[in-house]
Design a protein around this ligand. Structure first.
Ligand code: PGA
Length: 251
């Protein structure tokens, strides 16, 4: 794994966005895997800024989101579909039919997982996957204990993830307890992966990712099996992990 250590959240966002833009611009057909949560917001702001100033086109891009809450529709402000519309899709020239998010409202959730996985495979898989990391080491919503061989599936969210994401739900709104997520094997099939991490809260997870044992109890450690992962993380997130390593690009 290549480690790009940056100063702060803003630099993390700029570095990752610049790379995404360069790959999109150098390709005639591109499949971009997207993440939600607090971490990628700055990247999306940079992509929008770039679109407005440099007119980078997304007409040839398909996007595939990692996950969605069960029971929330794109009309629910807290859904990841709404998040993507609000924070990226509506501000760039991507045709809505080229944006793919699992359907958390599907009557048969198992069938929806198979449909989403097949849809992704039929379109040739993800070229570049953007990932965050949970405080418990999850990637997508693959919680600790998820099989490294997993494909898109339904998950029960752990108390730690529910607590970390409670801030996104107003008191009047019930927080979903389940989600649909690409599996770990699905994520590992991406040709290239960028993992973002910022802030002290990610220190433990980053230390486990970089220095701990590869284990299903820390889902992100599966990324070590992938040959093209770049970690773009700030000093606070890397503080514990970097003390023990030399192989990073110190900007
Ligand atoms: P966050 O979530 O960006 O909101 O910290 C990351 C994750 O849970 O993958």
């Amino acid at each position: 794994m290549k480690i790009v250590a940056v100063a702060d959240y803003e630099e993390m966002s700029k570095v990752a966005a610049a790379y995404i833009v360069s790959t999109i611009r150098s390709s005639s057909s591109f499949s971009l895997g997207l993440a939600t949560g607090g971490t990628p917001l700055g990247v999306y702001q940079q992509l929008i800024k770039n679109y407005q100033t440099q007119q980078t086109s997304y007409a040839h891009v398909q996007t595939f989101n990692l996950d969605e809450y069960v029971g929330l529709s794109p009309q629910d402000d807290e859904s990841y579909h709404a998040y993507m519309n609000h924070h990226l899709f509506q501000a760039i020239n991507i045709p809505p039919e080229q944006t793919h998010v699992p359907n958390g409202m599907a009557v048969n959730l198992e069938e929806e997982c198979v449909r989403y996985e097949n849809h992704l495979q039929e379109r040739g898989g993800v070229d570049l996957q953007l990932l965050g990391i949970g405080q418990n080491g999850h990637i997508g919503f693959n919680e600790p204990g998820t099989s490294f061989a997993s494909r898109t599936h339904v998950v029960k969210l752990t108390p730690s993830t529910l607590a970390a994401n409670a801030r996104y739900f107003p008191p009047s709104k019930k927080q979903p307890t389940h989600a649909l997520t690409m599996g770990i094997a699905t994520i590992l099939q991406s040709k290239e992966i960028i993992l973002l991490a910022s802030g002290e809260k990610k220190q433990q997870a980053m230390n486990q990712l970089l220095n701990g044992h590869m284990s299903e109890s820390v889902p992100a450690t599966a990324l070590r099996m992938h040959g093209a992962v770049t970690i773009v993380a700030d000093r606070k997130a890397l503080q514990l992990a970097l003390a023990q390593r030399e192989d990073y690009d110190d900007r």
